[in-house]
Design a protein around this ligand. Sequence first.
Ligand code: GRF
Length: 202
Amino acid sequence: MYPIAVLASGRGSNLEALIQAQKAGELKGEIALVISDNPRARALEKAARYGIPHQVIEPAAFPDRETFDEALIACIQQHRIQLIVLAGYMRLLSPRVIRAFPRKIINIHPSLLPAFPGLNAQEQAWRYGVKYSGCTVHFVDEGMDTGPIIAQRVVPVLPGDTPADLADRILQEEHRLYPQVVRWLAEGRISLEGRKVIIKGE
Ligand code: GRF
């Protein structure tokens, strides 16, 4: 048993890819919980459709950041979660939450970090004129998209691409990469030496 929580604020296509990988027996873990900070997130509908426990924990329902953080931490602890997977979670986790789950939180970002951190990474890359971009899965630390890099996938930027074309190409790779990294973690193959992530058998 390797219970996983997925935190998502929106569309939930990465959640869907993780669910499909689990159904195919490729995840080696179980998505035990989906949490959203957005009651209208399509990710919640996806969780419901597949019978996955899901919960809205939104800042507006709490008097301050501290009580919101406490609710998030308590919910994750109650479900005995081993891995927290951010999949389009549009909120920086506070240091308090990150410290509660050391090296147990991962994120996927739609650029080749450390290039183009933050919002609209695909469009940032397109505007800059890079010839290649891609996606990065990394451990979450207290910075914005700065944690140790676990894995990356590269895609070309083609002549005539719009930012949306590039975003779609990157997203397809995200859907392949994220389940693979979750599996590596579930199999206990990933360790850290300083900032360097070692993947056993890779
Ligand atoms: C993805 O592009 C991911 O890289 C970024 O947020 C987006 C989430 O998309 N962190 P979805 O909700 O998984 O479809």
